[in-house]
Write a protein that binds this ligand. Structure first.
Ligand code: NOJ
Length: 570
């Protein structure tokens, strides 16, 4: 008999991403912190999540909101101290909540001591820790762009050389060919593992290596032209063309093969410790390696690359993704993070946003794989367009604003475009209650980003906790259903009703349990007829009616209903 290997904790867990600046403000200074996170652990436990991913909590000049690390083994003073971090970790563990951190490998901050040394002279022992090159006739070494705009090279007058940066110029790329860099970073990994952290989310792994011949792209456009191209692309075909141009622009800078041996090396370091996890910010399934020797998880980003999520979209995504995964690899799904539009805003239809949020959550939790949630989505926080350029914090928006001004757009319109294309939209402070600043920080304190005023329209934790029909209560219910049913956590996925445009239906089968899931994606009653309904032994969930059984192989779903039944043996 084929035995199923025991599930790892990170396969059954539901992760919740905390954006530290915006989650909870313990010392009431307008910036989220560790004390705030600690004070909300019971809230998180009660919500039903099992693990946290913290976006960077390290010391940083915060040019890229912490993705510019200036000390990998410290804690940003505005978030607290290392002792407070340990206390937070202990208290999370006491509640059986695991904690993974963000590891930024590609680059450091230009304020990191490594870079400060590296730039100090041509013969500094750390010179080769970063990528330095001579210019060509007073110009950068080649014509490469930075993904956030402008050239990928910055001239440093101190030594009259250029350093390479794939992201902002305050984020110089490390030279991963240098064994000292690798050892230094692996020691960072060991440091946090010894402290007890449970794993890492790896930032931008695809950008670690570059074409070793540093050849020019010789393209008739730069990254800044891409902004104009995207604005002009209205049809899907035009958008695909813009995407192709984008890929071409960066083909010498991302996804070079050297990254696989590097990930294998990192995996060996991780395997010095028990039961830790690596999840890569990459959708590329080749990062699972061959025979479980690279990352444990990589995000199924294609699932979220659509305007509206439909049953057909999910079935197609699952068919492609599950078929492509290596045999022992485990899927990992998400619908939002700190770089994307908020889930309710991206996948709503403007009329049934609340209902669609609930069915999309059910889909995310019940398809096969580890789900990642993003803080605030549980109360339906929406994108917030900050239209005052002085309040915008994401430097990407500032760059876009400048491009717009240069091309003649008036300043108000430019600020709106900049806000729409930047990432502050999804990073505003969590709305805890119907009080000034959404209860994130006291009245009179200015939060680091303005709070979305819709906290006063019921989009806040306190009111939703008290309201049995709130989205927050739906999250708790659906997370509970997943937790109580092994098939929903670990089972194999099999689509049923494969032609339906309105209902997403599938089974999940684990040793000892099979569940049938049926989700109505429409505002109308829908009748489901599948043979599996003849085997229903128990209704686990009927979200709109509280428990109607199915009769005669037929099930009537209410608008936007989520239905889960347990099936008796095959
Ligand atoms: C990906 C992160 O998610 C994003 O926020 C950041 O700006 C870049 N990597 C650079 O670290």
């Amino acid at each position: 008999m084929k035995t199923t290997p025991a599930q790892k904790w990170w396969q059954t867990a539901v992760f919740y991403q905390i954006y530290p600046r915006s989650f909870a403000d313990g010392n009431r200074d307008g910036i989220g912190d560790l004390a705030g996170m600690r004070s909300r652990l019971d809230y998180l436990k009660d919500l039903g999540i099992d693990a946290l991913w913290l976006s960077p909590h390290y010391p940083s000049p915060m040019c890229d909101c912490g993705y510019d690390v200036s000390d990998y083994i410290g804690v940003a003073p505005e978030y607290g101290t290392l002792d407070e971090f340990k206390q937070f970790l202990d208290e999370a563990h006491q509640r059986s909540i695991r904690v993974i951190l963000d590891l930024v490998l590609n680059h450091t901050s230009d304020q990191h001591a490594w870079f400060q040394e590296s730039r100090s002279s041509l013969d500094n022992p750390k010179r080769d820790w970063y990528i330095w090159k001579k210019g060509k006739d007073g110009q950068p070494p080649n014509d490469w762009s930075s993904t956030f705009g402008g050239p990928a090279w910055e001239h440093d007058p101190l030594t009259d050389e250029y350093y390479y940066h794939f992201f902002f110029k305050s984020q110089p790329d490390l030279n991963w060919h240098n064994p000292q860099v690798r050892e230094a970073m692996w020691n960072v990994v060991r440091f946090w593992f010894r402290l007890g952290v449970d794993g890492f989310r790896l930032d931008a792994v695809g950008t670690i290596f570059e074409d070793e011949r540093w050849r020019d792209n010789k393209l008739p456009y730069t990254v800044d032209d891409m902004h104009a191209f995207s604005k002009a692309a209205h049809t899907p075909a035009e958008q695909r063309q813009v995407h192709r141009k984008w890929m071409k622009l960066f083909e010498k800078q991302v996804d070079l093969p050297g990254v696989h041996p590097l990930m294998q090396e990192l995996r060996r370091v991780v395997d010095e410790f028990n039961d830790r996890v690596l999840v890569g910010e990459t959708e590329d399934i080749s990062f699972y390696g061959s025979g479980d020797d690279e990352l444990h998880l990589s995000f199924n980003f294609p699932l979220m690359h659509t305007r509206l999520i439909t049953p057909a979209w999910v079935r197609a995504n699952q068919a492609a993704r599950l078929a492509a995964l290596p045999p022992d690899a485990w899927p990992c799904n998400t619908l939002g993070n700190h770089d994307s539009s908020r889930m309710i805003s991206s996948f709503g239809d403007g009329e049934h946003d609340r209902e669609l949020a609930e069915v999309n959550l059910a889909m995310l939790l019940f398809i096969k794989g580890t789900p990642f949630l993003y803080n605030g989505e549980e109360i339906g926080m929406t994108d917030y367009l900050i239209s005052d350029i002085n309040q915008i914090r994401d430097p990407l928006s500032n760059h876009i604003y400048n491009l717009e001004i240069k091309s003649g757009t008036d300043s108000q319109e430019a600020a709106l475009i900049a806000a729409r294309h930047g990432r502050d939209i999804c990073r505003t402070p969590l709305q805890w209650k119907n009080a000034p600043n959404g209860g994130f920080c006291p009245e009179g304190v200015t939060p680091w980003l303005p709070v979305n005023p819709n906290y006063a329209q019921g989009i806040n934790v306190e009111q939703q906790l008290a309201d049995p029909s709130s989205l927050l209560q739906a999250y708790r219910l659906l997370l509970g259903v997943r937790k109580q049913n092994p098939a929903l956590q670990a089972g194999e996925y099999q689509p049923v009703l494969t032609g339906s445009r309105s209902v997403l239906a599938f089974t999940r089968t684990a040793p000892g349990q099979t569940c049938l899931v049926a989700i109505n994606y429409t505002p109308k009653n829908r009748t489901v007829r599948v043979p599996e309904l003849n085997r229903v032994s128990r209704v686990i969930l009927a979200s709109k009616t509280g428990g109607h059984p199915s009769t005669g192989g037929k099930l009537v779903l209410q608008p936007y209903e989520v239905w889960v039944g347990e099936l008796s043996g095959a």
